[in-house]
Design a protein around this ligand. Structure first.
Ligand code: NAD
Ligand code: MG
Length: 410
């Protein structure tokens, strides 16, 4: 394909776990995609390497103090493209002419850049679930206003989206998101209470960023994903269910009103939902022989069910994993509760990773934050600024609570 006909992509969070999955699919289909820009957080050497690998036109790093470091890193890999640092550089990346923006920044840090991409009318492949948890209504409203399609890149949502296959909402009785159960699925409550970061970071099936790995261990991740599904698919919280499925072969199931069930299956490999999003996100005029329908041809792992042999499903245990129940409560409560929950959780996860708090304190502190904001939380964020304001208040509350605890301990 001529350069002008390629699908132009901007990758937010290009150096992360999802970013790398997306990059590897793009690298297999260079004839279809042109990477306009890559954005990373604070690792200039990896970002420069990724920019070079993908032939990106521009690189931006969030950490404003790393402008020189990024420039030097690009020179070192022999790929001296334009680059920048800080939020203005991220905006510049988002503003590049492109057809698809991959939103794969971790946490609420992805909120403004992803929203900006929607405002620019870009199609979004969305992995960054925290954006929808924090400001889901604002996001979906703006996407609808701009006619922007949001392609779910999170594996469960991608499976649900494929299982839905455009069915009308009225036909859907309920949706099930599966969960691996995380590294502590079969641990006793006592053992979980004593868990340290190294143990919590060991996900059974995926290698992921630190934040989502801890969220998987607490099962907060599945709670965040239920909230994400609520906004993505417009399904009421009473119709969203969670099943623990340790093999992670079935990622999501749609129960239809006639008793039919359609499930999305795939090997547990993030490159598969990435390939699906990239295929659907491809410009229609590119669908030559390397693209079948809207799907890319890939050599990614195929599912061999006979080898897997059995698939297990069990109800989640919210006794040992209270974070899941907390997130579901926040969704049921509505208003700004999911925003408060998400921010409190980000602070708690980072405190756990720095060994300031124990594993169970993640959920207990998030619960305390939600309770503290219960009265004030009846209004859902009306704008991104409003969501960020609530996010900051929740973080401040958590920081105070954490320093207070330090103070009491000494
Ligand atoms: P990660 O920590 O591996 O990567 C995060 C990326 O964001 C990195 O490129 C990092 O440099 C960048 N980043 C961090 N802070 C930034 C900032 N302030 N501004 C710009 N960029 C910044 O995380 P991940 O595991 O790839 O997850 C990314 C998102 O995708 C999360 O929201 C996660 O919940 C979601 N997700 C991840 C997986 C997975 O398998 N890893 C699966 C589904 C959804
Ligand atoms: Mg997921």
């Amino acid at each position: 394909l001529k350069a002008a006909m390629k699908t132009r992509v901007v990758i937010l969070g290009a150096t992360g776990s999802v970013g790398k999955s997306v990059a590897s699919v793009i690298a297999e289909h260079r004839e279809l995609f042109q990477v306009e820009a890559v954005v990373g957080g604070s690792d200039p050497v990896s970002l420069a390497a990724m920019a070079c690998h993908l032939g990106a036109g521009f690189a931006a790093i969030a950490d404003a103090s790393q402008a020189d470091a990024l420039r030097c890193a690009l020179v070192d890999v022999g790929y001296a493209i334009d680059s920048g640092a800080g939020s203005s550089a991220i905006n510049e990346a988002v503003d590049r002419d492109c057809d698809l923006v991959v939103a794969a920044i971790a946490g609420v840090a992805g909120l403004r850049p992803t929203y900006r991409a929607i405002r620019r009318g870009r199609k979004i492949a969305l992995a960054n679930k925290e954006t929808l948890v924090s400001a889901g209504a604002v996001f979906m409203r703006e996407a609808a206003a701009q006619g922007v399609e949001i392609l779910p890149l999170d594996s469960e949502h991608n499976a649900l989206w494929q299982a839905l296959a455009g069915a009308p909402g009225d036909d859907v009785e309920s949706m099930v998101l599966t969960a691996s159960g995380g590294p502590f699925l079969n641990w006793s409550a006592q053992a979980i209470a004593a868990a340290i970061p190294e143990q919590a970071l060991k996900h059974p099936n995926y290698s992921m960023g630190a934040k989502i790995s801890i969220d998987s261990a607490t099962m907060m991740n599945k709670g965040l994903e239920v909230i994400e599904a609520h906004y993505l698919f417009g399904v009421d919280h009473t119709r969203l269910k969670v099943l623990v499925h340790p093999q992670q072969i079935v990622h999501g199931l749609v129960n239809f009103c006639d008793g039919s069930v359609v499930a999305g299956l795939a090997a547990p490999d993030m490159r598969i939902p990435a390939a699906h999003c990239l295929g659907v996100g491809c410009k229609a005029d590119q669908r030559d022989e390397s693209v079948r329908g809207s799907r890319l041809r890939t050599t990614l792992p195929r599912l061999d069910l006979a080898t897997i042999g059995r698939l297990d499903f069990i109800h989640p245990d919210t006794g040992r994993f209270p974070a899941l129940a907390l997130a579901l409560e926040a969704l049921a409560e509505g208003g700004s509760m999911p925003t408060v929950l998400n921010a409190a959780n980000e602070v708690a996860v980072s405190a756990f990773l720095r060994r300031h708090i124990g594993f169970n304190e993640i959920a207990s502190l998030v619960r305390a934050a939600c309770e503290a904001f219960a009265k004030a939380a009846n209004m859902a964020p009306e704008s991104i600024d409003h969501a960020m304001e609530i996010d900051s208040l929740s973080r401040e509350w958590m920081h105070k609570r954490l320093t207070l605890a330090d103070f009491e301990a000494t």
